[in-house]
Design a binder for this molecule. Structure first.
Ligand code: CP
Length: 324
């Protein structure tokens, strides 16, 4: 990766005032401007430089579904940029906001829109990103909408691939686990399709990648192979992107129990990896990567989570027009 310095004003101008809802809105050039600015902020963080890019600005952090990394890295990003944060973090059945009184997401966003400069929102409902965007005049960022999209995760995943492997070009990337319900893999597949990659989709038969995503990838001349075992992916891939089985998306608990332990990466898998292969995971992990794999030098999932901070700093500053 060679993203030294800062993107130019001309490169940043198209992002000002924009929402971040779906990874498909990013061209390859757009994605690389985000990577470039993230590298700039990462350098500032490494050098312990105090930043004031978002001085006097407020971010609303609205999480209607559990989160550790997305919420806290966005909140840390805003504070590292000198800005402030207000938060609603609540799960169904444990609300403290007026959602508990029956207020719609639309009405909540319409009100919060007048309190802050940027909104980050996670909802359990696929497609809620559009309701949020329609209700707000200020820039909004989709922090994950049900089994739909998780665009900022895909951007930090791509940043990690650039850092760990130099470039996505020429790589075989295996997306593994719950490809039906995992929003991170839906977004990442789209981001990867901007590059010269081959994709392997490894999942239980019940949890395959949605057909419309596969059709869209093949329409872009991306080579896609579907397999139903972990070993094939481990032998062939340069990047192994593990995901957990998304228990919260299952309506039948017995079905979850049946599939939950089918794809577990262990030390035996590490021994059949291609040389230089890396392992990513959006986290949280449940049991799909055994702890013994953490000692493998290419186990990059905690480094990946750390990359969320500079990437989210870049997004906040870009879309609010506050890159200083
Ligand atoms: N990767 C991710 O979205 O993690 P959280 O659910 O903890 O935000």
């Amino acid at each position: 990766m060679n993203f030294s310095g800062k993107p130019s004003e001309a490169q940043l101008a198209p992002f000002v005032g924009k929402d971040v809802l779906d990874i498909a809105q990013f061209s390859k050039e757009d994605l690389e401007v985000v990577m470039h600015l993230a590298a700039h902020y990462e350098e500032a963080l490494t050098n312990k430089k105090r930043l004031y890019d978002m001085d006097g600005k407020i971010m609303a952090s609205l999480f209607f579904e559990p989160s550790t990394r997305t919420r806290l890295s966005f909140e840390a990003a805003m504070q590292r940029l000198g800005g402030n944060v207000i938060t609603v973090a609540e799960a169904a059945g444990a609300q403290s906001s007026s959602t508990a009184k029956g207020e719609t997401l639309h009405d909540s966003i319409k009100v919060i829109n007048d309190y802050v400069d940027v909104i980050v929102c996670r909802s359990p409902i696929k497609g809620a990103r559009l309701e949020v965007a329609n209700a707000a005049d200020i820039p909004v960022i989709n922090g994950g909408d049900g089994a739909g999209q998780h665009p900022t995760q895909a951007l930090l995943d791509m940043y990690t691939i650039f850092k760990e492997k130099g470039s996505p070009d020429g790589l075989t990337v295996a997306l593994i686990g719950d490809l039906k319900n995992g929003r991170t893999v839906h977004s990442l597949a789209d981001a990867l399709s901007l590059y010269d990659v081959k994709m392997i989709f490894a999942s239980p038969e019940e949890l395959t990648m949605p057909e419309e995503i596969i059709t869209s990838l093949r329409g872009k001349n991306i080579e896609v192979e579907e397999v139903h075992d972990l070993d094939t992916a481990c032998r062939r891939a340069d990047v192994l992107y593990m995901t957990r089985i998304q228990r919260e998306r299952f309506t039948d608990p017995a079905e979850y129990e049946r599939v939950k332990d089918l794809f577990i990466m262990t030390g035996r898998h590490v021994r059949i990896f291609k040389p230089g292969a890396i392992v990513l995971h959006p986290l949280p992990r449940v049991n799909e990567i055994e702890v013994e794999v953490d000692a493998y030098p290419g186990a990059a999932y905690f480094r990946q989570a750390a990359n969320g901070l500079p990437v989210r700093m870049a997004l906040l500053a870009m879309i609010t027009g506050n890159v200083k």
